[in-house]
Each structure stands twice: as structure tokens, then as C-alpha cells.
Ligand binder design. Sequence first.
Ligand SMILES: N[C@@H](CCC(=O)N[C@@H](CS)C(=O)NCC(=O)O)C(=O)O
Length: 258
Amino acid sequence: MLRLITIPISHYCEKARWALERAGLDYREERHVQGVHQLAARRAGGGVTVPVLVTPERVVAESAEILEWVDERLEREQRLFPAEATERHGVQALCRRLDEQLGPCGRRLMYVNMFPERQLMLSFNNQGVPAWEDRAIRWGWPVIKRFAARVLAISPGVEVEDERIVWRELDNVAALLQDGRPYLCGERFGAADLTFAALAASVIVPEDYGTPLPQPQSLPPQIAALVERARAHPAGQFALRVIAEQRRAEHVVTPAPA
Ligand SMILES: N[C@@H](CCC(=O)N[C@@H](CS)C(=O)NCC(=O)O)C(=O)O
């Protein structure tokens, strides 16, 4: 059985869950809160970030590599990455940009906004984690907040620049789609679409996600407004469409025979 070490709300972890579930691969998700995740990731053979996928042959400790590992187990026509080298490099470059820009900035933007909403945040953050971790993060909240601020490089006002970068990345995705193509790299759903839709979750908070996310009606007005603005953006609309079409169990594809 594959093991996937996660922080349940993490959008990088959602990339991995989505790819595994789409491929119909059975896995056990081991959920942890921030801080403890580093111990769990290291113990599983990874580094300090999650997701970490433990497979019978090796440990895969980067979400982008997990997508590639899963792809190797699929029939060619069901793969997320094109076989042709130039096209493949194009897809990988777009995924890397999303991983490096949208991923961290969207995450920090949401953390900064949600930090004052401690009860609401923890009720979603801690779903499915061991009971002692749930208790520890509630009791140790000031320490955890300082730890998160350090890991995420939160400084006063950083969210203003994060919001600018997130919207720049949404604009970039919308520009790619402007010629009418159905998916970011052409006619087929692929790694760039999955990566974008998963990472955009920090601002569009989709209902369809590997763990429940707080919906706008339960969020404070200024965060709800941010989410509604992201959902209304053409790239936000695209992410919601891709999730509605592709994230469900009926989109499970067939693994290649071993
Ligand atoms: N490049 C990594 C980034 C993963 C990442 O940043 N994961 C976060 C969770 S969203 C994490 O583990 N953060 C805590 C830390 O860096 O200690 C990947 O794509 O897997």
C-alpha cells in the first residue's frame, strides 16, 4: 500500500492526492499538522516538506515528481505529461512556474488572512490528524504561529505583494486560454491543469477537494470577498471547471498492466 504523508489542507498535497486518485492507485494518507509534518516527512524518508509519497521502490518527496511517478504507471493516452520532448518541457516549465509563484504566494496570502480566525482555521486544518496533534496545535498556537511565520517568511504587509503575484499568475493563465483552447497546454487535460487547479485552491477554496475547505459563507467578509474575486476571474472560472470535470472519482483512469 502506498503511503502519502500530508498536511491535509496543503495544496501541494492536493496535487498528489488528485494524481493518485485519478490513476486509481490505492494509498493511505497520513495527515499531520504543521510542525509535526517535518518529523513525519523525515521519518518517511523525505525532507522537511510534504507531500511525501512512500512507494515500494523509493520515496518521492516533491509534488511535481509524484505526478511523474504516477504517470509512469498509466497507459500513454491517459498520462498527464506529453511523450514528445519539447511539449513535455513546455508542460514542466509551466508547472514549475505555478509551483514557484502561485503556490507559495497563494498559500501565504491565505495563511496571513486566516491567522486571526484561529478556531475556524484549526477546525479545517486539523481534520483527520492524530488527536494529540490536534490538541498540541491548539495549546501551542502562539508557538506554531511563530514557527509558521518563520517557515513562510511572513513579514508585515507581505500579503499585499502576495496578492499582486497571485493575480499576475491568474492573468497569465487567463492569457494562455484566450485563444479558446480547452486546457492550458492544448486539447487534453494534463499536468499543468491539475497543478494550476490544485494550487489555485488557496484562493478559490473549491468544495471539491481532498479535505473540506471553509466556504465563503463561513468566512469573514474580507476573506470571502477575496475568494469571490478569485472565483470570478477567468482563470478562477477555469480552475473551478477543471475541478468539476476532472477531480471526481468517475475520472479514474486505468493503470497500465504491471
Ligand atoms: N516543492 C514542494 C513544496 C511543498 C511544500 O511547500 N509543502 C508545504 C505544505 S503546503 C510544506 O511542507 N511546508 C512546510 C515546510 O516547508 O516546513 C513540493 O512541490 O512538494
